[in-house]
Design a protein around this ligand. Structure first.
Ligand code: ARG
Length: 459
């Protein structure tokens, strides 16, 4: 038998393979709530405009709530023959309320319907991402506050560079995730135009009120071009782009946690709650959550690339290709939210090992730049000469197997006779970080003022 929704011109039903390739109900049932919300707004508007009667609209709106409770209660039977969530809901509505159900689709197409549902779904995920990132930033701020003046090595090339503070390192991630926050907010503002009422592609002759449905669904305005409204998936792509960049940040942080929690570094101890053991090696405590965050990110990048490729050659307006938008976005959203929550949990629970951080901060000649700066400041040496003299002192210390502060004054003077006892004042890591007071620098005073600034922004 032919399809109840569109089978008027068909003598035969679809082949099983046709049905299998066509159906999206297996995944788009996740948009049930959005679909019903959109249909309820549409029905109310149809009545307000005198396109359907108030009593039909009331029956539709009530019936849709019944269908929603069946879906949420797990008693709804989804049918592959009915392709997607839109037709599954409408078919069930017909069973529940009878004839008025057939009036719901007046002045509307599945093309504007699916664009609206999907936008509502993505908008919810943007809000969830914003909440998740906000929570992560707060956890980072707490870490930064606790360790605003704890010293640790700063790295370039993963080689010891200069001492920094733990608070400064945490605040670097605050900056990164705050940019993610603003990207999601930007995307939300840009996408918030309602496709509903664009109908199949050309608009409709019914006297619909698109401003009314747009407002009812929390959009700022109706989308202004019906062709664009049904063929636009920029909102999904922007969500995936913002997710990808955020995921990249999560992955970099995850990588640092993996390194920092190793026996060789011991910079942090991850909580038992966010670690796992080994089935053979009894001593093991593995940073699996961090590793999985690092890995899951690939799916998010993949989703972004996949949807760009789906969209790239499509002529206007709707093509069925666009049905392939959802699974990618669903999977990316699920994994982003999970990664954000896992990172927040790890950051909240982790404890920085202050003695290890401090010992590491002092090793690897980390204050060599401070020494060179001292030569410039106190001996009026040109920086390039100071760099050279310091290099010679590093080589001397390296040869002796000690750090810079362990050299005697005699040894220092063997490289440059003008060096005085005062030099030892700048070789300590605490003095080093305290001196970095330029705006945005690692000095605890700067870190504290950045923490205060972010707290005010987030309040
Ligand atoms: N399941 C479809 C999708 O996800 C709904 C839109 C179908 N429109 C159409 N003209 N066949 O894209």
């Amino acid at each position: 038998t032919s399809n109840a929704m569109w089978g008027g011109r068909f003598a035969a039903g679809p082949d099983a393979i046709m049905e299998a390739i066509n159906a999206s109900i297996g995944y788009d049932q996740r948009m049930a709530r959005q679909d019903i919300e959109g249909s309820r707004a549409h029905a109310a508007m149809l009545a307000a405009q005198g396109i359907v009667t108030d009593s039909d609209a009331e029956a539709i709106r009530e019936g849709l709530l019944t269908v929603l409770s069946e879906i949420e209660g797990g008693t709804f039977e989804f049918s592959t023959a009915l392709e997607d969530i839109h037709m599954n809901v409408e078919a069930r509505l017909k069973e529940v309320i009878g004839e008025p159900a057939g009036r719901l689709h007046t002045g509307r197409s599945r093309n504007d319907q699916v664009a609206t549902d999907f936008k509502l779904w993505v908008r919810d995920q943007i809000d969830a991402a914003i909440t998740g990132i906000d929570a992560l930033i707060r956890a980072l701020l707490t870490q930064a506050e606790d360790g605003a003046d704890w010293v640790m090595p700063g790295f370039t090339h993963l080689q010891t560079a200069q001492p920094v503070t733990w608070g400064h390192h945490m605040m670097a991630y605050v900056e990164m995730f705050a940019r993610d926050l603003s990207r999601f907010k930007d995307a939300r503002a840009r996408m918030n135009e309602c496709p509903l009422g664009a109908a199949a592609l050309a608009g409709t002759g019914f006297p619909i009120d698109r401003h009314m449905t747009a407002e009812a669904l929390g959009f700022d305005r109706p989308a202004a071009n019906s062709l664009d409204a049904v063929s636009d998936r920029d909102f999904a792509l922007e969500f995936l782009a913002a997710s990808s960049i955020c995921a990249m940040h999560l992955s970099r942080m995850a990588e640092e946690l993996v390194i920092w929690s190793s026996a060789q570094f011991r910079f942090v101890t991850l909580s038992d709650r966010f670690s796992t053991g080994s089935s053979i090696m009894p001593q093991k405590k593995n940073p699996d959550a961090a590793e999985l965050i690092r890995a899951k990110i690939g799916r998010i990048f993949g989703a972004h690339t996949a949807l760009l490729i789906v969209m790239k050659g499509l002529p206007l307006a709707y093509s069925k290709d666009m049905q392939e938008d959802k699974e990618q976005v669903f999977d990316a959203a699920d994994n982003l939210m999970l990664a954000l929550a896992a990172m927040e949990g790890m950051v909240k629970d982790m404890s920085a090992n202050r003695p290890s951080l401090e010992a590491a901060a002092a090793s690897g000649f980390s204050t060599a730049t401070d020494l060179a700066d001292w030569l410039v400041r106190e001996l009026n040496m040109p920086f390039r000469d100071a760099h050279h003299v310091t290099g010679a002192l590093v080589a001397l210390a390296e040869g002796k197997g000690c750090d810079l502060p362990d050299l005697s004054l005699d040894e220092m003077q063997s490289v440059n006779t003008s060096i005085t006892e005062d030099v030892f004042g700048v070789l300590g890591v605490h003095n080093s970080v305290a001196s970095r007071t330029s705006y945005g620098g690692t000095a605890p005073s700067q870190v504290r003022s950045q923490i205060a600034r972010w707290k005010e922004i987030l309040a």
